[in-house]
Design a protein around this ligand. Structure first.
Ligand code: CS2
Length: 487
């Protein structure tokens, strides 16, 4: 029997076990455009905004996918409504109504640009993942095909940076104030890096526009945190059964969420402090602590865990040698690289993260975390390694997950399995040449300068990576077990 669709019209039919909206959607106005309306945004920032709308109706969201129409096609027939499952024992379900509009820029570009130039829109947020920024070492990668294409036709952009700048150009032309651009991706200094990329991009074709953006727009930094496994068929089936309605794209996450935002908004801001967001004039340190202590160990679990043929984070945490290794890595190798921060207790933070990783109600696939290694390794692990090395500490343990990624690349390439990575083609050709001679293999992969530019000229780091790669042998599960016992 096919179920009626979740929508504004069927909301009243929700069973009492599912939490409903605390506000009337008709009273809300769109004040935010969000680029990258994937599961993480819908499970994190959109939920904070959903909490806020009962109190302040001015900040409903227009969610935009840049390329892929799937979210738009799933959510538009349900008026942007979807279900959030909080995973803790039996899931707790709640319908989220913060998304008042869902667009796809690939075939609705004019509607997206019109929305960005809409006077009520005062905030543009992004979750486009590391690769979606098209960054170079200190700006935008002008050679990136998406950026090059947008620079040729800036009024009809397709990249995130192109869309942000085209929207700002329209506002300037119409005499409207700029909007705040808030990056919510896992990058160190995310707002600062985005600002530099945007200004460099705009300067390529309109210096007046670049100066106007520099003077009027702001790019606050932020730290976002909540573990959000991809939606799977089990979730879809559970949600439909519990709702008695069909939801084409529910999302799931752990109960814990944190959002720390630099208080630097140029055109008003949602009163985010009312819904538990930490606003601070200086958030440097928070983002680094989270990237290094949560995302770094996540990637370590992913690559070592996949080589051990484990499936999920909680499986990896039940593997005695791997979980002991990761805990030691966090407590003894990563924590000392973080400077003191007011109100921050690194060891307590680590304990809480380890508990979250162990949550048995969450099936967070290691394969999902392993995606995009070329983008994640530098921000999550290489900075920690260079800092530990500069402080004269041992980097042997820290190099093991990076070496595990190298073996992961080699094994995938040689098994003919395509990597989910924007550098998949280059990684496949390097991986095919790797022969398990540690010096030769590590040298070949270190030549990928977009990944390793920060460490490639450091012989001590190179030597430590060669040792770690050698310790992993051929990277069979038995080899990895031996390596974990040895470091
Ligand atoms: C994970 C993150 O997929 C990954 O690479 O490390 O998505 C992680 O779950 C979140 O950053 C947690 O806040």
């Amino acid at each position: 029997m096919s179920l009626p669709r979740l929508s504004d019209d069927t909301l009243a039919a929700l069973p009492p076990t599912v939490a409903r909206l605390a506000f009337d959607r008709a009273d809300t106005r769109i004040g935010i455009v969000h680029l990258g309306v994937g599961a993480f945004h819908r499970a994190h920032q959109a939920v904070y905004i959903d909490d806020l709308l009962a109190d302040d109706p001015d900040w409903a969201i227009c969610g935009v996918s840049l390329r892929n129409p799937d979210v738009r096609d799933a959510l538009r027939p349900q008026d942007g409504l979807y279900t959030l499952a909080l995973l803790d024992g039996g899931p707790t379900l709640r319908v989220i109504g913060a998304l008042r509009e869902v667009l796809c820029a690939a075939d609705e570009r004019d509607a997206v640009l019109a929305r960005l130039a809409y006077p009520d829109v005062r905030l543009v947020m992004l979750t486009v993942t590391e690769k979606g920024y098209c960054l170079s070492a200190d700006g935008v990668d002008l050679a990136h095909p998406d950026i090059a294409r947008d620079l040729a036709t800036p009024a009809s952009p397709s990249s995130a940076i192109g869309v942000i700048v085209a929207g700002l150009a329209l506002r300037r032309a119409q005499g409207l104030p700029a909007y705040t651009v808030l990056s919510c991706d896992n990058l160190t200094d995310n707002g600062g890096r985005l600002r530099r990329a945007v200004l460099q991009y705009a300067r390529q074709f309109d210096t007046g526009l670049a100066d106007w953006i520099d003077a009027h727009a702001t790019f606050p930094r932020s730290m976002v945190d909540s573990i959000t496994p991809a939606t799977d068929d089990a979730l879809r089936a559970d949600v439909d059964a519990a709702l008695g309605l069909h939801d084409a794209w529910p999302v799931q996450r752990e109960p814990y969420a944190q959002w720390v935002v630099e208080d630097a908004f140029c055109n008003g801001r949602p009163p985010l402090e009312r819904v538990g967001v930490i606003l601070s004039s200086d958030i440097a340190g928070w983002d680094r602590a989270k990237l290094r202590l949560l995302n770094g160990p996540h990637s370590a679990l992913a690559y070592l865990g996949r080589l051990l043929e484990l499936e999920t984070v909680s499986d990896a945490m039940r593997h005695p040698a791997l979980s002991a290794f990761v805990e030691r890595l966090m407590r003894e190798d990563i924590a000392p690289t973080l400077g003191a921060m007011d109100g921050f207790d690194a060891q307590a933070y680590i304990g809480a993260i380890l508990e979250r990783f162990r949550n048995p109600a969450i099936r967070h696939r290691l394969g999902q975390i392993a995606w995009d290694g070329s983008q994640k390794i530098p921000v999550r692990l290489l900075g920690t390694i260079t800092d530990a090395r500069a402080a004269g500490r041992s980097i042997d343990r820290l190099c093991l997950p990076v070496a595990a990624w190298m073996h992961f690349v080699r094994r995938q390439a040689q098994a003919g399995v395509a990597l989910d990575d924007p550098m998949a083609d280059r990684l496949a050709s390097v991986g095919a040449t790797m022969i398990v001679d540690a010096r030769q293999d590590v040298t070949a992969i270190l030549a990928l300068d977009q990944v390793f530019d920060a460490v490639v000229n450091d012989a001590r780091i190179g030597d430590a990576l060669v040792r770690a790669y050698a310790v992993l042998g051929d990277a069979t599960p038995a080899d990895v077990e031996r390596a974990l016992a040895a470091v």
